[in-house]
Design a protein. Structure first.
Length: 103
């Protein structure tokens, strides 16, 4: 029973961290209504969250972007993505995009 509770607590922590990252990304958008989540993943404890998304740029075109959350900050750098996200086994967290105000 304790193991089941620990698994549930870890899943809740991952979900909460992921929603926080998605909310931060959306709030930084020039046109938040154009935001489309492509791929959302997180590690066991939510200390790393990796997101691929599309959003409208300043010229009206849609860009494909990626962001990684690790060490309490969000980065869009390729170096951070490669270190924390690329070729890593992470939990699929697409359901987090359905949290209020993220769709």
């Amino acid at each position: 029973m304790a193991e089941k509770a620990a698994i549930k607590a870890a899943a809740q922590k991952r979900f909460t961290a992921t929603v926080g990252v998605l909310t931060s990304i959306k709030s930084a958008m020039r046109d938040p209504d154009s935001l489309k989540w492509q791929d959302i993943r997180a590690n066991d404890d939510g200390s790393v969250v990796c997101v691929v998304y599309r959003a409208r740029n300043g010229f009206g075109g849609m860009n494909l972007e990626h962001a990684s959350f690790a060490g309490k900050s969000i980065s869009t750098s390729d170096a951070s993505w490669n270190k924390h996200c690329a070729n890593k086994s992470l939990y699929e967290m697409g359901h987090a995009k359905f949290a209020s105000s993220l769709t």
